[in-house]
Design a protein around this ligand. Sequence first.
Ligand code: 4AD
Ligand code: MG
Length: 439
Amino acid sequence: MSQSEVDILGMKAIFSNKLPEFVGQEVGLKGWVANIRSSGKIYFIELRDGAGFTQVVVSEKEVDAASWQAAQSLTLESTVIIQGTVSKHPQKEEFELQAKKIELVQKAEEYPIGKKEHGPDFLLDNRHLWLRSSKQWAIQRVRNTIINSTFWYLNNEGFIKIDSPILTPTSCEGTTTLFEIDYFGEPAYLTQSGQLYLEAAIAAHGRVFDFGPVFRAEKSKTRRHLTEFWMMDAEMAFIEHEGNLKIQEELISFIVEKVLQQNKKELEILERDIKPLQNVKAPFYRITHTEAIAKLRKEGSDIGDMDDLGADDETLLTKMYDKPIFVEKYPSKVKAFYMKRDPKDQTHVLNADLLAPEGYGEIIGGSQREDDHDELLMRMKEHKLPVKDFQWYLDLRKYGSVPHSGFGYGLERIVAWVCGLQHVRETIPFPRLLNRLRP
Ligand code: 4AD
Ligand code: MG
């Protein structure tokens, strides 16, 4: 059966994105009443059918008595099947349905999310319903485009998807943000990133990526932190620091281009200013950590030479540029054990964080990896990691070690930036935050 034409209750129903193909014809739409207003003998229904929002005009003289009665009884979020004739707005690319027949599927009880302003806690408590609001609808569609274009780009560049485990015996990104669970009597952890496992897979496949939920027991209550979020890790054999940045800027440019092409309507609903997005074209800016510190000090910050950048520092920096910037070569002491030291300066590493413009900050963390067995072992001892549990990871440096690099993006950070949102909590269907596990 075609997805666009289904018979339901004796009516041929389509999805609203197909309306342009049916101008002047009679079709059915099935969905939910997102809004309804009346002016005497006419009802205007805003129908949400999954694919979009359509105005349906119901006039008493055009419908049968049962349909008119159904229209009069409609409440917000009632489910309906409506048959009618498709017409096009004379100027705009908008399509409407002149109703002939209305079938009420379920009359909704009084809907808790109304027209009035609600606070974030109320909306998050009602996330199972809030997901239907037009803005939330738009965000999930943009998220979907970002996911699909990521897969598309990476497959096209010769990456294959390798699924890394979620239950792990060790940490990847430091021990302070690990969620510990009891694994039949021994401690295990929810993964923070699949990177280490991808490093194993490159010896089989060359270029690999994963995409899945990762977990950080972040005690931070910021607009950028979730405790469960979706990460895409990519890993490449025979790619060094420079090549790593190139792939990242091309991937991000590609994603933004696809959203601009495929989500015009959604960006409009979100009232997203698309000018800054149109600027997102490779190559991006590159500055070193040392240069970043100098710039921040000039702006009055008292940040030290060897300090990590905080969220505020990132915000300040990104406001100085009109497209994403790589901040590269951080001091080794603020970064993970696996990052390769810069051969020109052993106190810094061959890494980069990619900062999104307009104040958004870090969306990608990546680096060239230490590929020398003895160097890596030394770093692990410095970081007081349990060497025994990482033996398999050290093995990779014994059997066909190779210069290699990779990176991980935070999907929700990218969605928040592309959609122009204040907080990552709206970017994921059911957010998990320091103070929120429900619904
Ligand atoms: O910078 P991070 O910690 O890097 C890694 O985990 C590497 N192992 C990735 C790799 O090289 N394969 O995390 C990567 C990205 C960050 O840049 C950020 O976008 C996102 O994940 N992120 C978070 N997003 C939402 N909530 C959090 N608590 C996040 N922590 C990191
Ligand atoms: Mg990071």
